[in-house]
Design a binder for this molecule. Structure first.
Ligand SMILES: *Cc1c(COP(=O)(O)O)cnc(C)c1O
Length: 418
């Protein structure tokens, strides 16, 4: 477990990891929109390439604007460092490919994001990395799925559209019994609600395209090492090799110096700049997102046209107490409703005025989508049901509008559904 930092998250998000611009003293880290960095002397560039001198060479590998974003996310998660990537999927694939080689295995929650499900279940299996999908609430099932070749256990802080909340500490303990690394996707809850490292997670990944950016303007991802895993323990040969030189930075050094560099999924400095400015107001946005989502879920739960509502903030949710403890008394912006049939879902979505049908979440505006016909359409049968993407489910990402206005929009959509 990691000690929680003394300062409040509101303050940490604004100050931790911030470095003053040494040239002009700019308050906001400047945007270095450049491909490469020049050196006067060949000895200097050689020393930088060899890692003897710190310095920038080429933006695919490192860039000051990207480094600023990485420092801030690492600080907010209480981690030892971070690497930013082109997207959330690039963060997840790069992290997994740093931790696994051919023949290795992953145990992953079956309720994870559709793209991650496809990465693990389809794409990586073609390269000899096999995944067993489990119910992340069933610790026995996780324990039984872990074999001698399991290198990674992968969960999300909140699955969607199922909205299940795994017990991170219990999963971490189970992963560590067999020497596996616990990777947690914290996209839906952000470090404002939960720092998975405080509950035993070794690596945290984010789709920064969602709440971290917050404004729906930029795709990006980030990988944080919480500093808990002993990379020298020997089960990960690449990391054991890097551990000899980089000690607690072995994972990030192997990732940045080899896997990320070679795969090439770097973030644009411009996107890193936009997302870093999203971090400035993350706390205020998350507060309003969570407050609106709680009010919306209570409203919908009482609504006669809605069969059921899934939201961890409702007492009717099986993980309500655990979620309250783990997420600090806030429950996120995402909820799911069941309307009885696909036809009613479609009529409801057509009846909405301001709320748009968009395959995104974490935007400032409220978004709604029918997962079964869109983001989960590649997942079939029992697997789709396990994700909670039944044919009559609408997922809602609650935005920052005035609650009365989005309630009214819902009310009108539900009238039309009948
Ligand atoms: C969106 C999302 C991703 C993928 O992120 P991109 O930035 O779209 O590549 C991964 N995990 C979760 C939980 C997401 O919501």
């Amino acid at each position: 477990m990691k000690e929680a930092n003394d300062l409040h998250m509101e303050t940490r998000l604004l100050h931790d990891g911030m470095a003053q611009d040494p040239l002009q003293g700019a308050m906001v880290h400047p945007l270095f929109m450049t491909t490469a960095f020049g050196y006067g002397d060949p000895e200097d560039i050689e020393a930088t390439f060899a890692g003897r001198d710190a310095g920038y060479l080429y933006t695919r590998i490192q860039n000051p604007t990207i480094a600023d974003f990485e420092r801030r996310v690492a600080a907010s998660e209480g981690g030892v460092g971070a690497v930013a990537t082109a997207s959330g999927m690039a963060a997840i694939s790069t992290a997994i490919l740093t931790l696994c080689e051919q023949g290795d295995e992953v145990v992953a929650a079956r309720t994870i994001f559709g793209g991650t499900y496809s990465l693990l279940g389809r794409t990586l299996s073609r390269y000899g990395i096999k995944t067993a999908f489990v119910d992340p609430l069933d610790i026995e099932m996780i324990r039984n799925a872990i074999t001698d070749r399991t290198r990674v256990v992968f969960i999300e802080t909140t699955g969607n559209p199922r909205l299940d909340v795994p017990d991170i500490s219990a999963v971490a303990e189970t992963a560590h019994e067999k020497g596996a690394v616990l990777v947690v996707d914290n996209t839906l809850t952000t470090p404002f609600l939960v720092r998975p490292g405080e509950w035993g997670a070794d690596v945290v990944v984010h789709s920064a395209s969602k709440f971290l950016s917050g404004h729906g303007t930029a795709i990006g991802g980030v990988i944080v090492d919480t500093g808990l895993f002993d990379w020298g323990a020997g089960r990960h040969p690449l990391l054991a090799q890097y551990h000899a030189k980089f000690r607690k930075f072995a994972f990030l050094a192997a990732l940045r110096g080899q896997v990320h560099r070679d795969l090439g999924g770097c973030i644009s400095p411009f996107n890193a700049f936009l997302i870093a400015s999203g971090l400035d107001c993350l706390s205020v946005r998350m507060e309003r997102h969570c407050e609106n989502a709680l009010a919306m879920s209570a409203f919908l739960e009482k609504h006669p046209a809605v069969e059921s509502v899934r939201y961890p903030g409702l007492e009717s949710h099986e993980g309500h107490v655990l979620a309250g403890r783990q997420l600090g008394g806030r429950y996120g912006a995402i909820l799911a409703i069941r309307l009885g049939s696909r036809e009613r879902c479609f009529r409801f979505l057509k009846g909405l005025k301001r709320i748009k049908s968009v395959p995104n979440l974490g935007d400032v505006r409220t978004l709604a989508i029918h997962p079964a016909s869109t983001i989960c359409r590649d997942v079939v049968g029992a697997d789709r049901d396990a994700m909670g993407a039944w044919d009559d489910v609408v997922r809602i990402s609650v935005g920052l509008e005035h609650i009365d206005d989005i309630k009214q929009d819902m009310e009108e959509g539900l009238e039309i559904a009948d």
